[in-house]
Write a protein that binds this ligand. Structure first.
Ligand code: GCO
Length: 411
């Protein structure tokens, strides 16, 4: 047995995203997509886990479990429900949420955009429209003015590289499905102008989102408050199988380096990892039937986080915060084991001198997993969606105890 003590002030927590937990996010584009005829969403988000109303006890529970940080997102579609129309009441809502964190000794890690976009913006082309960085900066500036003094860490946008990752994984192109045309019609735009953040893998969108990030970065640094600012990336540990070296290098460039190289000079990068990707000469090699997988079909491979931390840190040259890491499963003991091995990989990175500032798992609660609906269970806390009752799982107690002790033991 070896004991590892984490650095002083290491951030320990769990993450959520507004649309996945709040419920009734009716001014967002996702709400529209979930209700379209022929939708690709397994089910609508509905009340979600009603975190919008239950945040006081949810935050208290996270603190009680032992965590010192909580990552959540504020919802642009609530704060600016129509172009240029800001809701003071919703800003106050998020101010109360931030205050609740501080009352419980929790550092709020605030994401300004976690996939969902106001529906009014989609009618103007969403993340493919060149004016969107300006609109995003206006929203961020307004929100920061109201909330900045209570923010501990800010993430501008979440996973702008996800569509590129999906394009390698999915056996079909979302932009070529009938759903895509229905969605474009719903927002009154042509199919190639449907700028959906989660689904469009085009360099133009990457440039627009990174420009939005830059503008938001500057807005957040002009105060009020003084906190580190960065963005988060969906990173898989890309490993070359036999003969796959050049394809793996190509994937690393497209999925990671085209983004990481743009982040030099940021305060940190948020690393979000679930598994590895084996790449052969013709692309991704899917894990075989004999391989243990999570509910999303990805290999059980907790060491992936070490690989992505090392890669992100070497390319971007800035501190890393693990802003998401976890295992979707009905078997919580397997999740607990996943965290044990993942933390050993994080500790190895720290021992090698890599600047890792925190570990926030995905997710605090079982929640709405986008097109997959409520079936995949990522939470360390279970939620009964009839009664909305919360029940921490063994993994929540285990991770909370590690957090409280700021140390853990490995074999
Ligand atoms: C993402 C998101 C989360 C997901 C999680 C599990 O990173 O894709 O941040 O919204 O729920 O990754 O798939």
């Amino acid at each position: 047995m070896k004991e590892y003590i984490f650095p002083k002030d290491f951030m320990w927590g769990a993450s959520t995203a507004a649309h996945q937990v709040e419920g009734n996010n009716i001014n967002s584009e996702s709400w529209v997509l979930e209700h379209l005829p022929g939708t690709i969403y397994a089910e609508p988000s509905g009340d979600a886990i009603d975190h919008y109303h239950r945040y006081p006890s949810d935050i208290a529970l996270l603190a009680e479990l032992g965590f010192n940080s909580y990552r959540f997102s504020i919802e642009w579609a609530r704060i600016e429900p129509e172009d240029g129309e800001f809701s003071y009441a919703e800003l106050e809502h998020y101010r109360r949420m931030l205050a609740a964190c501080h009352e419980h000794g929790i550092k709020p890690v605030v994401t300004f955009h976690h996939f969902t976009t106001p529906r009014w913006l989609m009618r103007q082309g969403g993340w493919l429209d060149e004016k969107t960085p300006e609109r995003f900066a206006r929203y961020v500036e307004r929100a920061a003015k109201h909330l900045g003094d209570l923010i501990s860490v800010a993430c501008t946008v979440n996973e702008p590289n996800l569509p590129v990752l999906l394009s390698k994984i999915l056996p079909f192109k979302i932009e070529e499905t009938p759903f895509w045309n229905t969605a474009a019609q719903a927002f009154g735009v042509l199919p190639d102008q449907l700028g959906l953040f989660q689904f469009v893998a085009r360099p133009r969108m990457r440039e627009i989102i990174l420009a939005a990030h830059r503008r938001a970065f500057d807005a957040l640094h002009s105060g009020p408050g003084s906190f580190p600012v960065g963005l988060t990336l969906a990173l898989v540990d890309i490993q070359a199988a036999e003969g796959g070296e050049s394809k793996a290098a190509e994937f690393r460039r497209e999925l990671a380096d085209d983004y990481l190289e743009q982040l030099r000079g940021d305060d940190f990068v948020g690393v979000q990892t679930y598994s590895r990707m084996l790449v052969g000469p013709h692309g991704m090699i899917r894990p075989g039937d004999d391989v243990e997988k999570n509910q999303m079909g990805e290999e059980y491979y907790p060491e992936a986080i070490g690989g992505t931390i090392r890669h992100a840190s070497s390319v971007a040259g800035i501190p890393v915060i693990v802003t998401e890491n976890g295992f979707s499963s009905t078997d919580d003991f397997r999740r607990l084991e996943y965290f044990q091995y993942a933390l050993r990989s994080v500790a190895n990175c720290l021992e090698d001198g890599i600047d890792v500032r925190g570990y926030l798992c995905w997710s605090a609660f079982d929640n709405f997993e986008w097109i997959s609906g409520y079936r995949p269970l990522f939470g360390i806390i279970a939620v009964d969606r009839e009664t909305q009752q919360r029940s921490p799982k063994p993994s929540a107690y285990w991770l909370g105890n590690v957090a409280r002790a700021n140390r853990t033991q490995f074999k």
